[in-house]
Design a binder for this molecule. Structure first.
Ligand code: MN
Length: 129
């Protein structure tokens, strides 16, 4: 099962994204800030990171740059999520090293489409999913 690390400081959004992704057959770990996420990543590398860009302390842009600067996390797909609807945000996210970009409020189908595109699931023989 592919594992997604959901980095989101808002508990409601964290739960919502986690429920949507779990229901789609992904294993989920959650982190409420960059520090917690870094610890989770050090423990085990996720297959994809869903990254809220607006985080307290180290924000998602800075954290993404940091992950891109390290060999072991350089190639993990990072799907940025932001409520900032300002022009140029997408560019800023991609410039920081994010792989793709989603705008809040999260649309379930858009989220699953993006995740699926970044993380093709291998066919599991005998799996009910
Ligand atoms: Mn946030």
């Amino acid at each position: 099962m592919k594992e997604i690390l959901v980095v989101e400081d808002n508990p409601t959004n964290l739960k919502l994204a986690s429920v949507m992704l779990k229901a789609a057959g992904y294993a989920i770990r959650g982190a409420i800030d960059a520090e917690q996420a870094a610890a989770a990543i050090a423990d085990r590398l996720p297959d994809l990171i869903l990254m809220d860009l607006g985080l307290p302390g180290k924000d998602g842009y800075e954290f993404t740059r940091e992950l891109r600067g390290r060999a072991e996390t350089r190639s993990i797909p990072i799907l940025a999520v932001t409520s900032f609807a300002m022009k140029g945000d997408r560019l800023k996210a991609m410039d920081a090293g994010c792989t793709a970009y989603l705008t809040k409020p999260i649309n379930r189908q858009a989220l699953l489409d993006q995740v699926e595109a970044l993380l093709p699931r291998s066919v599991e023989v005998g799996s009910s999913r």
